[in-house]
Design a protein around this ligand. Structure first.
Ligand code: MEV
Length: 403
């Protein structure tokens, strides 16, 4: 039983994001999402990127932060120095998971931050840095924070309040990059150079304006959340961390960078997404939810699995990394970053050219037909008729169904 007071199950469609080439490896990416066109759009962006060599990724060590709030300090400076001087003792006390330490993880360091002017008066915040390996790490971080609290009180002479992880997991980040020639964007209606210029301008808009940045980043999370959900990960934690990261310089901004490189016939569009990604491939729902286990298998991230080698990279350095770094939570975070970048590319490409409504119309019409009670072949027929009439309403779909 995963939660309390259960009265049923609430299921979502599980789709496959296709065409992904990531660091020379092929991936099929499970995505659980209710919004039409998300999976189709990301798959078409992945196909575009594939023609240019696909996506490249990276990530930091999977280090989470646990916070310990210390109040009632007579001398903040003295308490801070005493805590920092007891670093080794605190780290040893925080080392509560033998299995994490055996895998090379566990507490790695401490930081002490001053909050001299809060509504409740001054306080010190101790950060424990904990390498959580393949776990999301909320349990490990919270257990360590609770374990060291009495020691921190003893060392600082203060009173400990909260002991909890921070979802601003800014030490645990992943990034994805892509570079695609302008000519790959060419269509009958739009020259490739105009399209990539439009995408760069759209990104600049979202860098400068929080109203646009919110929608821009929402589009990124269409993809990110769908993979997190499919793999049993805590998407609220990732959302909270990434939105705080997006506002790290004091203004909420786009999480991506898209700009034009080169000139003339050699113009390319370069894109990058970096964000905090606290995800796990062990623990929590990743293993207790049967479908999440299958999703991890499809990704080749289950413990016994491995990323599949793309034909074009067999025998190359890309393939050689399979089975080492290419498994577990870090790899999942890199794949999630790629999906976020690809989802954003699809949205910006549509917005910078025909707009998104054209592509959405058929999917929307299908949903309306289903909502009106259509099934089987009738869905397509009624959706087609609604589009032809230029009026996509449930009432009209019901009339058509009755006829
Ligand atoms: C819709 O779910 C997402 C978009 O609004 C994202 C964007 O505007 O970049 C299309």
């Amino acid at each position: 039983m995963m939660i309390e007071n259960v009265v049923g199950r609430f299921s979502l469609p599980l789709g496959i994001g296709a065409n992904f080439l990531i660091d020379g490896l092929d991936y099929l990416i499970p995505m659980a999402v209710e919004e039409p066109s998300v999976v189709a759009a990301v798959s078409s962006a992945a196909l575009l990127a594939r023609t240019a060599g696909g996506f490249y990724t990276g990530s930091t060590d999977p280090v989470m932060i646990a916070q310990i709030q210390v109040l009632d300090l007579a001398d903040m400076g003295k308490a801070k120095r005493a805590i920092l001087a007891s670093r080794e003792e605190i780290l040893a006390c925080a080392d509560t998971s033998p299995s994490l330490s055996r895998l090379g993880g566990g507490p790695q360091g401490i930081e002490v931050r001053d909050l001299p002017d809060t509504p409740a008066g001054p306080m010190l915040i101790v950060h424990l840095m904990i390498d959580c390996r393949d776990a999301m790490g909320a349990n490990a971080a919270n257990t360590s924070a609770e374990a060291v609290a009495p020691l921190i009180e003893q060392i600082s002479g203060g009173r400990v309040g909260l002991r909890i992880l921070s979802n601003l997991s800014d030490r645990r980040r992943a990034w994805a990059e892509v570079e695609i020639p302008a000519k790959a964007f060419e269509s009958d209606d739009f020259p490739g150079r105009e399209v990539i210029q439009g995408i760069a301008e759209a990104n600049a808009f979202a860098v400068a304006d929080p109203y646009r940045a919110t929608t821009h980043n929402k589009g990124i999370f269409n993809g990110v959340d769908a993979v997190l959900l499919a793999t049993g990960n805590d998407w609220r934690a990732v959302e909270a961390g990434a939105h705080a990261w997006a506002a790290r310089d004091g203004q909420y901004r786009a999480l991506t960078d898209w700009h034009v490189r080169g000139c003339g016939d050699f113009e390319t569009l370069y894109g990058r997404l970096e964000l905090p990604l606290a995800v796990g491939t062990v623990g929590g729902a990743t293993r207790s939810h049967a479908s999440a286990g299958v999703a991890l298998k499809i990704l080749g991230l289950d413990v016994e699995g491995q990323g599949r080698i793309a034909p074009e990279s067999r025998g190359s350095a890309g393939g050689a990394e399979v089975g080492s770094d290419r498994r577990g939570a870090r790899r999942l975070s890199e794949i999630v970053a790629v999906v976020g970048l690809a989802q954003n590319l699809a949205a910006l490409r549509a917005l910078a050219t025909t707009g998104i409504q054209k592509g959405h119309m058929r999917l929307h019409a299908r949903q309306v037909a289903v909502a009106a009670g259509a099934g089987g072949e009738a869905v397509e027929r009624i959706a087609g008729q609604l589009i032809a009439e230029g009026s996509i309403r449930v009432e009209r779909a019901k009339e058509l169904l009755r006829q």
